[in-house]
Write a protein that binds this ligand. Structure first.
Ligand code: BG6
Length: 479
């Protein structure tokens, strides 16, 4: 009881490309998401070559999303009804710089986010804004090969300077890149890198990582110059790895898996590459090219807080071929026999969240922010006393168990700024481009074939979360 701090930021999270729609309105350019084929992200080598796509893919649900662009007032009113203190979304880079390499921004795009932030302010909801959430302008992917090219740093710099200046008094919390470590696994979606994954060398991939890390430090520098009160964080996909057995080799494999992710938070927080990565670089023939000033930029512009998504843990072994592997959020891994899985094979592990919180806090002693967590599930709309609804007890159970572990971590001494559930309103899945993989407290009437009225309905979890927020988490401990 009473574990959550008084000013705890409760809320929900979304991303522009997964719900705004209006992909070509008011001057918006195409982003890499607008050419996502039905069936989802090209996460595997050979899935497709984005360069052969001339325009938006017509059956792509992301083009219309859930039409938040036109319905944002109605949706924000629902978030306010749940009592949100914070709302995470992203700015679509290609709404502000349609091609990404223009000198002047698109005023209509800027105006949209002014309206959005003003609407949030009406209800006292704090915006938490991701600057780049898997939505690199497509032109930057085609012409420059995305973040593989150092020129992206300059384009990103112009974009972030523009939005930091414009929203200097409207937004305080910023995240530089969504799940920055995911570029290792989905180079096109995450980094706008057009080279097909199977042809991309490790050298080019890690050089792209370096460009993003430098850009993140530069954004942190510029943001703090524009408004010293800005709180700027990194955002990583967090995934604890358990050894398959107590064999030291398996423990080492788990450590190495985690180091691939820690690399990103270590550089953001400590301002330099960690020693453990040198051997990996050496053995893989990787030599990161530092431009003059990169080292100092990284060292002098570390983040104010660490944010992360958490959906699942993984299991690692030195001989993974001897075990059955599961599906999972971009990274995948060996199936854990002790855990249940979602309908999409993501293994459900609330204690893993407590572990992640403790590991990050112990490692860095910086405030943390859980900016994504939730259950993607197939919902069935049924008639309720107040109209159509969804009896989503499975989602309530999932969130309750995870939040109780957050409570444990707070007792452990972790400093946590807030918690935003992923997809607080149903939106298009990032990995599978489906609408039927629903995370929301609010059901949106749109189906995988694109049909539906786009009407919004409150699920059972809507009132449940409202109560959690109203009691500042105390209701999690009442049955
Ligand atoms: C995270 C992303 O990896 O997971 C989100 O930041 C994404 O964009 C979320 O939507 C859930 O994944 P999915 O594939 O179920 O949409």
């Amino acid at each position: 009881m009473g574990k959550f701090p008084q000013n705890f930021l409760w809320g929900g999270a979304t991303a522009a490309n997964q719900y705004e729609g209006a992909y070509n309105l008011d001057g918006k350019g195409l982003s890499v998401q607008d050419v996502t084929p039905k069936g989802g992200v090209p996460a595997k080598p050979g899935d497709r070559n984005p360069l052969i796509t001339d325009g938006p893919t017509p059956d792509n649900l992301k083009l219309e999303g859930i039409d938040f662009y036109h319905r944002y007032k109605e949706d924000i009113a629902l978030f306010a009804e749940m009592g949100f203190k914070v709302y995470r979304t992203s700015i679509a880079w290609s709404r502000i710089f349609p091609n990404g390499d223009e000198l002047e921004p698109n005023e209509a795009g800027l105006q949209f986010y002014d309206n959005l932030f003003d609407e949030l302010a009406k209800y006292g909801i704090e915006p938490l804004i991701t600057l780049s959430h898997y939505e690199t302008p497509l032109h930057l992917a085609r012409q420059y090969n995305g973040w593989a090219n150092r020129d992206l740093i300059g384009f990103y710099e112009r974009y972030v300077r523009t939005v930091f200046t414009r929203y200097r008094d409207k937004v305080k919390y910023w995240l530089t890149f969504n799940e920055i470590n995911s570029v290792l696994h989905a180079p096109f979606m995450s980094g706008g890198i057009a080279t097909p994954a199977e042809e991309l060398s490790k050298q080019d991939l890690y050089q792209a990582v370096h460009h993003e890390l430098v850009a993140s430090a530069l954004a942190t520098k510029i943001g703090h110059e524009i408004n010293p009160d800005f709180k700027i964080g990194c955002m990583v996909l967090a995934m604890p790895a358990y050894p398959m057995t107590p064999k030291p080799e398996d423990v080492l494999a788990a450590r190495e898996f985690e180091n691939q992710n820690y690399l990103f938070s270590d550089i953001h927080v400590r301002g330099k590459y960690p020693a453990y990565i040198n051997r990996f670089f050496k053995e893989n023939g990787i030599e990161i090219q530092f431009a003059p000033g990169d080292k100092e930029l990284l060292a002098e512009n570390t983040v104010d807080f660490i944010s992360f998504s958490y959906y699942m843990s993984v299991v690692a072994a030195h001989d993974p071929e001897n075990y059955s592997s599961g599906r999972g959020n971009l990274l995948g891994g060996i199936m854990n026999p002790h855990l249940a899985s979602s309908e999409w094979g993501w293994q459900i592990d609330p204690v893993g969240l407590r572990l992640v919180l403790n590991s990050f806090y112990d490692r860095y002693q910086l405030p943390l922010f859980i900016v994504e967590n939730g259950l993607g599930a197939k919902d069935v709309l049924v008639d309720g006393p107040n109209g159509p609804t969804v009896e989503d007890d499975y989602r309530i159970d999932y969130l309750k168990q995870h939040l109780q572990q957050v409570g444990e971590a707070l007792e452990d001494g972790v400093e946590l700024l807030g918690y935003t559930t992923w997809g607080c309103i149903d939106l298009v899945s990032a990995s599978t481009a489906e609408l039927s993989k629903r995370y929301g407290f609010i059901y949106v009437d749109r189906n995988d074939d694109g049909s539906g009225t786009l009407a919004r309905y409150k699920k059972k979890s809507f009132d449940w979360y409202k109560e959690v927020i109203a009691t500042n988490g105390d209701s999690l401990y009442q049955d």
